[in-house]
Design a protein around this ligand. Structure first.
Ligand SMILES: [Zn+2]
Length: 238
């Protein structure tokens, strides 16, 4: 079979693929100008005000999954939510990216709520439950395998795979909430102010609705003594 010229060696029409890619890429630019025009039509000063600065009250730490965008899920506008996302909303105390976002949000923007938001059917969590290798991401998902190990007794009793993934999604969010609370950033903030809460949510993609896991915290009381910092750093600074 002659597959040369416009077709690739496997018979795929490369020109058609390039056209489709160009079309979906150009659509983004068209969407952008449409969105900007719509915002100005609703409020002529929208972007003038936005350009003056931000004072969001919420930090959203969510999954990178394209189906759980922070603003759309919470019905908020640009400027209202500070956002950090990674695969499976993992919060590790050695992740400089997450720590920088958290420190800036808490100590400069003075957000009042930090929300760790997972979602049912999370591919990262499902992959962590399996044994298949996916590449470098396996090292990231190891953190979720550690969450599984902590709750293996409960999870091993769940026979339905989908239910098991969804329960691990909830347990992962809960553990990441604790991880955020254990940071010196949050503990020092709690020593200085009482208007900062950390919450755990799961988004149900099949309904769009959020489940509050009821693990909100605004103090260090439940951290366990080994994780609790005294206020030496705070005293040394002041
Ligand atoms: Zn996910």
């Amino acid at each position: 079979m002659n597959t040369e010229n416009k077709n690739g060696s496997n018979g795929i029409d490369i020109n058609s693929i390039k056209l489709a890619q160009a079309s979906s890429y150009n659509k983004l630019k068209q969407n952008n100008s449409d969105w900007a025009a719509k915002c100005i039509a609703q409020d002529p000063d929208f972007f003038t005000k936005l350009a003056q600065g931000q004072s969001p009250e919420v930090l959203w730490i969510g999954c990178s999954d394209s189906r759980v965008p922070a603003n759309e899920v919470t019905g908020t506008k640009p400027g209202e939510v500070f956002v950090h996302r990674n695969i499976a909303n993992v919060c590790v105390h050695s992740d400089m990216n997450m720590l920088s976002v958290l420190d800036y949000a808490v100590n400069v923007l003075k957000v009042k709520h930090v929300i760790v938001a997972g979602h049912y059917g999370c591919g990262g969590v499902a992959a962590a439950l399996g044994n298949k290798q996916f590449g470098i991401i396996d090292n990231w998902l190891r953190h979720i395998k550690d969450v599984y190990r902590l709750h293996a007794n409960e999870l091993d009793r769940i026979t339905d795979e989908k239910a098991k993934v969804n329960r691990l999604v909830e347990l992962n969010v809960t553990e990441q909430v604790y991880n955020i609370c254990k940071t010196s950033i949050i503990q020092n903030a709690w020593q200085q102010r009482h208007d900062l809460e950390v919450h755990g949510w799961v988004v149900d993609i099949s309904t769009g609705l959020v489940k509050d896991l009821g693990v909100s915290s605004n103090n260090s009381n439940k951290l366990g003594y080994v994780y609790e910092f005294d206020n030496a750093l705070t005293e040394a600074v002041h």
